[in-house]
Design a protein around this ligand. Structure first.
Ligand SMILES: NC(=O)c1ccc[n+]([C@@H]2O[C@H](COP(=O)([O-])OP(=O)(O)OC[C@H]3O[C@@H](n4cnc5c(N)ncnc54)[C@H](OP(=O)(O)O)[C@@H]3O)[C@@H](O)[C@H]2O)c1
Length: 321
């Protein structure tokens, strides 16, 4: 079978980079990867990781999801504009009290995380419809399902993506002659530059425009909890690439796929109680009332994961797979 053309956005680092390399290195040579990034000056890491696949099963192109001209020019550079699988990965984060963020900064997040996805889909969907085949994958987040304190705008951008895709999936299923034409990948925390960038921004931000209580809640409670959560529950970009590849190659790819099982019961709370009280109450208690218990649990998870990693390394060293 001819390899499928896969276009991935945001491949200069993190999940996009890991996924591009994993697909390009596929042993069965099922994919031809167009790994895109907005700034080609950042191609070094991808080139290094791509190794011998570079310019064979992996090509690097410029594409900024906020710039329609760059999207059109990239898609037009692909023979017959033929994209079998579009992976919308490019994204930016933003944390902090909304009083400390400007509307322009908020629009910037929506421009990339929501309109960036819309622009890409608008450009490739008509060709997919004509060919009656194609798969659109979006790297969403558990924050596309559940709001998290001080992530108000980022969460809103991912909710927007989820609503957009949920509305599109039926039409796409009909037109692309396949029920599994749109898939949302919903990771929990992933240790990438994303986390580093948002923490750097948060540490340099000016909190004088909010009240001292909110500023304290953000810096002393949210940031502390968030760092503990990332170090205990965080997955690697490679884990997310693995999950995404499984979804893409499934006989019937799911519409939604969560990568971190720890989050599934939390997101389920919302569906268990339509009033929203169960979810809000649980989060409130977890953060403000039983935070000591939460930190003990996170530490325990960290130790268990460390032991599991060591065990896997030991098994590998003994030559087992
Ligand atoms: N890390 C997490 O905890 C986490 C959790 C759930 C979901 N996600 C989602 O996963 C996706 C990838 O994030 P990541 O964790 O891998 O972070 P990352 O390492 O920061 O990667 C984000 C990528 O998006 C690119 N990008 C940003 N704006 C762009 C634009 N306008 N056009 C094209 N590319 C652009 C970045 O390029 P530059 O290098 O030029 O900035 C970078 O290549 C995002 O959609 C994010 O929301 C992340």
């Amino acid at each position: 079978m001819a390899p499928k053309t896969v276009l991935i956005t945001g491949c200069s680092s993190g999940i996009g980079l890991a996924l591009a390399v994993k697909m390009a290195r596929d042993k069965q040579k099922r994919f031809k990867v167009i790994a895109t990034m907005r700034n080609l000056g950042k191609r070094g890491c991808l080139e290094a990781d791509a190794g011998i696949t570079l310019n064979k099963t992996l090509e690097i192109r410029q594409l900024d999801v906020c710039d329609e001209r760059s999207i059109i020019s990239c898609i037009n550079s692909i023979p017959n504009r033929h994209v079998d699988i579009l992976i919308n990965n490019a994204g930016v984060g933003m944390i902090g009290p909304i009083e400390c963020q400007t509307i322009e900064e908020m629009k910037g997040v929506m421009e990339t995380n929501f309109f960036g996805v819309v622009r890409m889909i608008k450009e490739v969907l008509p060709d997919m419809k004509r060919r009656r085949s194609g798969h659109i994958v979006v790297i969403s987040s558990v924050m596309g399902l559940q709001g998290i304190m001080f992530n108000d705008i980022y969460t809103a951008s991912k909710f927007a993506v989820e609503g957009f895709c949920e509305s599109l999936v039926i039409q796409a299923a009909l037109m692309l002659a396949c029920v599994s034409s749109v898939s949302l990948i919903e990771p929990g925390p992933v240790v990438t530059e994303f986390e580093t960038k948002v923490y750097e921004d948060a540490e340099n931000a000016d909190y004088s425009t909010t009240d001292p209580e909110t500023a304290d809640m953000f810096t002393n409670l949210y940031l502390k909890n968030s760092k503990a959560i990332f170090s205990s529950l965080g997955q690697t970009p490679n884990d997310i690439a693995e999950h995404t590849l499984r979804v893409i190659t499934a006989t019937k790819p799911p519409f939604r796929h969560q990568t971190n099982a720890v989050y599934t019961p939390m997101t389920a709370l919302k569906h268990a109680d339509p009033t929203g009280a169960l979810m809000t109450d649980t989060f409130y208690k977890m953060v403000f009332k039983y935070d000591t218990l939460m930190h003990i649990s996170l530490k325990a998870i960290r130790v268990i994961r460390w032991q599991a990693r060591k065990m896997r390394q030991g098994v590998k060293m003994l030559g087992f797979r």
